[in-house]
Design a protein. Sequence first.
Length: 237
Amino acid sequence: MNAFDLLGFGEKGWGPLLLKGTAMTLAVTISAFVFGAMFGAIVARGKLSNSFLARAAGDVYTTVLRGVPDLLVIYLFYFGGSQLLSTIYQLATGDKGFIGINAFLTGAMAVGIVSGAYQAEVFRGAYLAIPRGELEAARSVGMSGWTMFRRIVAPQVLRFAIPGLGNVWQLALKESALISVTGLTELLRQSQVASGSTRQPFVFYTAAAALYLLLTSLSTWLFNRAEATAMRGVRRA
C-alpha cells in the first residue's frame, strides 16, 4: 500500500484512528493546561504574599517541577500512584489485588502540575507588570480587595500573561506525547501502533509530525489573535 492509502479513510486506512489520536492529544493538553492554570494561580498568589512559608512553598514547587524531567513526573504519578493505591488496598482488605490508575487522568494531572510551575511564574510576572499607581488609586477610593481583583488585577494579569501562556500551552502540547508511556492512545501512541502494524514508520511518524505542527500553528494563531484583542487600545512603548 502507498502512503495515501495508509493515511486515508478507506477500509485499510489509518486516517480515522490518527484523527482520534489527535483529538485525544488535544483533550489531554486542554485538561493539563486547565489544571496547570489552577495550580499556577494558587502558587503565584503564594509567591506574591507576605507569608514566608507561602513564598518558600511556592519557590520549592516551581524549582522542583521545572528541574525534574517531565517523563519522571509522569512515571511517579502513573506507576507510583498505582503502587501506592494497591498497597493501601492490600493493607485495608488483605487481598493481593492491583489497582491501576486511569491513564488519561494521571497523565493530564502530571503534565498539568508541571505546566502549573511555569504558569505560576507567568502569572507572577504579569501581576508585577501592573502599574502600581492603578492599585494605589483603587485602594485610595476604598475599593475592596475582591472588587479590585475583579476590575483591575484579573483583567490586567490575563492581558500581560497571554504571550507567556501561549508558550506554556505549546510546551504542554508537546509534553502530552510523553503520556504514551502509560498506554494512552494519543497521537504519538497511535502512530507507534500503526507503524508497527504496517512496518511503515516513516509514513506514520511524518504524518504525526505534520499533525503536531498543524496543532501548534493553529494554537500560535489563536494566541496571537487573543493577544492582539487584549492589547487593543493599550499604548505600547
